[in-house]
Design a binder for this molecule. Structure first.
Ligand SMILES: Cc1ncc(COP(=O)(O)O)c(C=O)c1O
Length: 413
């Protein structure tokens, strides 16, 4: 409501963030955020799981946290414990905290460790939500360079050495080693060991975000989680947003008790919805493997469709980083394209995209980059949306140049 006449603005806290924008619905070609494939929400399975869970545990809803304590519903923590074993993690249910998405995990780790002005290290391209929270709260972010295997550990060592000479110990190294957001890379085991070694050498903890680690193509062998290599030195978070549904708002953190007990103390809500936790525990304890296998296969098919569409529409003007899993494709257009200038014209044509500078610690290296989510749109929408984006891009920048090859490819010859 507006125009009530009451001047709240006179009372607002000085540290208040900028006002939120009203939700204006979703565009026709929605390639932003971390939405999932709506055809793969296992609705019947969830109905059966909800019925079974309510029959078994329904009366517990009378009590806060369903009488299971601040760390979350035990059945879901037991499932996370068994799922974590797939990542090489050997933990107990006491090491697990169920969170409102992994976004709350990030908030809680930040609450335990950070004060305004602290320094943290992030991968040069990283999750926008993590970057924004840190910028909003006045932390100094130092960017560590990436290659196709993730964070470059020798460059990280140089950064840590330089900071040490300046008298600064970073509060953490935030990394997404298994299906990096936005690049989609998976860090090999040897590099994981080097990363742990350099973090140990400089006494800096690692904050490992594994949102996408269960969505990997083609039975690929995935190296174990960093947490499994050094549980005392690593705090690990994960999510059910990508493996099941982001609207559930369920994630988890794994940490040893010294850290865990502080995270729990920083929490100011009364826990996550117990019904959601019961349903996910019930459904995934029986169907996790088959569900993520089917989802990953579908996602790989959509990725292939998006890559084909980009090659058809943009020819060699686009350089995609082909992801090894997950839901995003990160790519680069020629240097003369300023992607921020394409956001509005694309939106006017019904296309939502994530411009690279918003996924980058420093804007300049991502000036011509963008991220497209291929999970939500159908294959037809992916083809049509990419064609529409190429049209907008051409009108605004003259790229992609309409060479004979591109014309022929567009005509399907
Ligand atoms: C790397 C990463 N971490 C955390 C999140 C937060 O997701 P959620 O709170 O839905 O688990 C996201 C969402 O896209 C992400 O990409």
């Amino acid at each position: 409501m507006s125009g009530s006449g009451f001047a709240y603005t006179n009372l607002f806290a000085r540290s208040l963030p900028a006002p939120a924008l009203r939700f204006a619905g979703y565009p026709k070609y929605n390639f932003i955020g971390g939405h999932n494939d709506p055809t793969l929400i296992p609705v019947d399975g969830l109905i059966a799981a909800a019925t079974a869970a309510l029959r078994k545990e329904g009366p517990k809803l009378a009590m806060y946290t369903a009488a299971q304590g601040a760390q979350g519903y035990l059945g879901l923590r037991e499932f996370v414990k068994s799922k974590a074993r797939r990542r090489g993690i050997d933990c107990s249910t006491d090491d697990i905290l169920i969170t409102a998405g992994s976004g709350q995990g990030i908030d809680l780790v930040n609450a335990v460790l950070l004060e305004p002005g602290d320094t943290v290290i992030l991968e040069e391209f990283s999750y926008q939500g993590a970057i924004n929270k840190l910028k909003r709260d006045g932390q100094k972010i130092v960017a560590a360079p990436l290659d196709e295997d993730g964070i470059k550990v020798d460059a990280l060592g140089e950064i840590l050495g330089r900071l040490k000479r300046d008298g600064t110990t970073p509060k953490y190294i935030y990394t997404i080693p298994t299906v990096q957001n936005p690049t989609g890379s998976i860090m090999p085991l040897a590099r994981r060991r080097q990363l742990i070694a350099v973090a140990q050498e400089y006494g800096v903890p690692i904050f490992e975000d594994e949102c996408y680690a269960d969505l990997i193509w083609g039975g690929r062998e995935v190296p174990p989680a960093l947490y499994s290599l050094d549980p005392q030195h690593v705090v690990h978070i994960g999510s059910f947003s990508k493996t099941l549904a982001p609207a559930l708002r369920l994630g988890y953190a794994i940490a040893d008790w010294d850290f865990m007990s502080r995270m729990i103390a920083c929490r100011s809500d009364s826990g996550c919805g117990a019904l959601e936790q019961m349903v996910v525990a019930e459904y995934f304890s029986q169907h996790f493997g088959e569900h993520v296998d089917e989802l990953s296969e579908t996602l790989k098919g959509k990725l292939d469709t998006m890559v084909e569409a980009l090659e058809r529409e943009f020819g060699t003007a686009v350089e995609p980083w082909i992801p090894k899993g997950g839901i995003f494709l990160w790519m680069k257009l020629p240097d003369q394209v300023d992607i921020m200038k394409l956001v509005q014209p694309a939106a006017a044509a019904g296309i939502a995209l994530n411009p690279g500078p918003e996924w980058s610690v420093e804007a300049a290296p991502a000036r011509s980059r963008l991220r497209l989510c291929f999970a939500l749109a159908s294959k037809e929408e992916i083809r049509a949306g990419v064609a529409e984006f190429a049209r907008v891009c051409y009108e605004q920048t003259g790229i992609p140049v309409r060479s004979a090859n591109v014309q022929r490819a567009r005509a399907g010859e």
